[in-house]
Design a protein around this ligand. Structure first.
Ligand SMILES: [Zn+2]
Length: 96
């Protein structure tokens, strides 16, 4: 009965937009940052944490611009410390 029995072609394509360059990419190419219900904002390596997510390319160029502009402050309506952006850059460095 299951249409999933062959395990392909039935999954939705998960596309997300980078907050820096506005390009739409597959979420595997993006780093997810998530704000949970308790207001904690963290880098979500597993991309499974429930909450409000925002994405940046796993690209050193986008990470550098994000850090310079504090690009997630606006997204999450909060002031994130420079260390948080350093951590994003480090995570992107590790991913590329
Ligand atoms: Zn980007």
């Amino acid at each position: 009965m299951s249409v999933m029995s062959r395990g392909k072609a039935t999954k939705p394509i998960e596309l997300r937009r980078c907050v820096v360059c506005r390009q739409v990419r597959h979420k595997s190419e993006l780093l997810r940052v998530v704000k949970t219900a308790d207001g904690n904002i963290s880098i979500d390596g597993a991309t499974k944490t429930f909450g409000r997510g925002a994405y940046v390319c796993k690209s050193q160029a986008c990470a550098a611009v994000l850090k310079k502009r504090h690009g997630f402050d606006k997204t999450f309506k909060t002031k994130l410390p420079a260390e948080f952006y350093d951590a994003i850059c480090a995570a992107v460095d590790a991913a590329v």
